[in-house]
Design a protein around this ligand. Structure first.
Ligand code: FES
Length: 153
């Protein structure tokens, strides 16, 4: 069930598009902004967007920045694509998993962090890269990870 505020934001977004379904990704982002993730209530949105639940589900699943399961307060997206891989992805991942005590696709016991793999963040020339919430971190080294995580604790 959408809240009044969610409904208002969604209607505003839909009005900016010629076809309702073109607003699908932005509408999913609105729901995620309010709730932290997008549950199966997504099916209620399908009607508003003139899509079938399966179509909207496919959009949500394809778009890796839409979270279909509950996530922690901060989401760490660590790039595992080619440039980052070559420039030290594995060492960055090792440092993250050891500091957070979780593996990829897991959330820390205190609910602070979720660690997710992501395809290219568009910062290949500054690899390796990761994003925490909306903030992009580049030229990563294992030594930089502790200081970065400290900002979110
Ligand atoms: S490959 Fe990692 S940012 Fe492009």
């Amino acid at each position: 069930m959408l809240t009044e505020e969610e409904r208002r934001d969604i209607e505003r977004e839909i009005l900016q598009n010629e076809r309702k379904r073109a607003a699908a990704v932005e509408v999913l982002k609105i729901v995620q902004k309010h709730r932290g993730w997008v549950s199966d209530e997504i099916h209620d949105l399908a009607g508003i967007l003139e899509m079938t639940p399966a179509e909207l589900d496919a959009v949500a699943t394809f778009y890796s920045l839409i979270f279909r399961k509950p996530v922690g307060k901060h989401v760490i997206l660590v790039c595992d694509s080619v440039s980052c891989w070559v420039m030290g992805y594995e060492k960055i991942l090792d440092q993250l998993t050891s500091r957070l005590g979780i593996g990829l696709n897991e959330t820390s016991a205190d609910g602070q962090f979720t660690l997710l793999p992501v395809a290219c963040l568009g910062a290949c020339d500054r690899a390796p890269a990761m994003m925490i919430d909306e903030m992009l971190y580049t030229y990563l080294t294992p030594e930089k990870i502790d200081g970065i995580l400290e900002k979110y604790r």
